[in-house]
Design a protein around this ligand. Sequence first.
Ligand code: HEM
Length: 404
Amino acid sequence: MTEEALAGAPPPVRLWPALDLTGIDFDPVLTELMREGPVNRIQLPNGEGWAWLLTRYDDVRMVANDARFSREAVMDHPVTRLAPHFIPTRGAVGFLDPPDHTRLRRAVAPAFTAKGVERVRDKARAMLDELVDELLQDGPPADLTGAVLSPFPIAVICELMGVPADDRHAMHSWTQLILSSSHGKELSEKARNEMTAYFADLIGRREGSTAEDVTSLLGAAVGRGEVTPQEAVGLAVLLQIGGEAVTNNSGQLFYLLLIRPDLAQRLRAEPEIRSRGVDELLRYIPHRSAVGLSRIAMEDVEIRGVRIRAGEPVYVSYLAANRDPDVFVDPEMIDFARSPNPHVAFGFGPHYCPGAQLARLESELLVDTLLDRLPDLRLSVPPDQVPFRKGALIRGPEALPVTW
Ligand code: HEM
């Protein structure tokens, strides 16, 4: 018997088109792939060739946390991918492996721990209350995304980064241009260069600083020679951009609560379950389209009888892992009492989302404030008329028309 047969024949390559999904529908292609088996091969709309896709919880966590799978190596492979124009930056935190990755993440870690994000809680709550005051003053109907879900995370990430309030607008515009594929590659690159120059200046002025915001931590780490100025600036850009992920995630969260008033009502009536409830919603929400960044196998690895060869790209689906029936009983059900709830909405392993605690804090403040201050909050259009972002890597409503 040949070696290939021993390891089992590889599954067929499945095309995974970039579907513009609306609402909180789970991607039907991913559902099929999960049904077909734990180890699949996929081809996404951009990049070259095919890649492995793992969908089971244990396999996802193993690959995400195993040094035999490298992120740095993705730099040198034109891997099949969702993003149309995607320029990986050498030395960026998403494309580094330990120990460099660990060194870089360590520089900003204090700002992102549960204790670190507590530093901005009171300020965040006050800023949110101000936004809701304005919303109430202007009266219904309103776009919840434009009025609250977009400006709030920007204000909070700027606060944590140490970006002055006057520069929030510029940060938001640059982020939109960098993340959007519809404005074209040149505008995207121009925006990235401008944000990079901004942070180079800000971090440069904070060398030797003892303050606790992210740009001060980075300035101090540069001053001590622990990270290079380029590394510091690259990380600041990614953290700033990442901060806006909450707009889309909470957009889906509120869309869900507005089409499921029974869930909203429970969270209103039982504030003590809100923290666990938000975590369950984070598990359930299909945060992104298709898959994120791949990893490259550095040696042959066998997973569930399938041989993945050195040099081949591998994707994990955190969305699929969050619906693994071996780990989550009745995974399609939203169960606020689910405990434990070891979901991987924020990833796993060294690349675990640095913004996880911040995103939890913001989501909980949003649920508290909006449910308590707007007891009659509801959609002002039928659910299927809520516009969802198109061609987006991260899913979410473009606008959330509401009334109260
Ligand atoms: C609900 C909101 C959010 C969700 C669901 C989310 C989810 C994720 C996931 C799944 C990863 C990838 C893990 C991997 O590559 O294996 C990630 C990475 C990352 N996230 Fe988040 N995120 C959120 C909010 C944030 C926020 C608020 C920030 C900024 C503070 C942020 C910054 C980042 C960065 C910089 C990375 C790359 C980390 C690395 O490669 O080491 N994210 N996030």
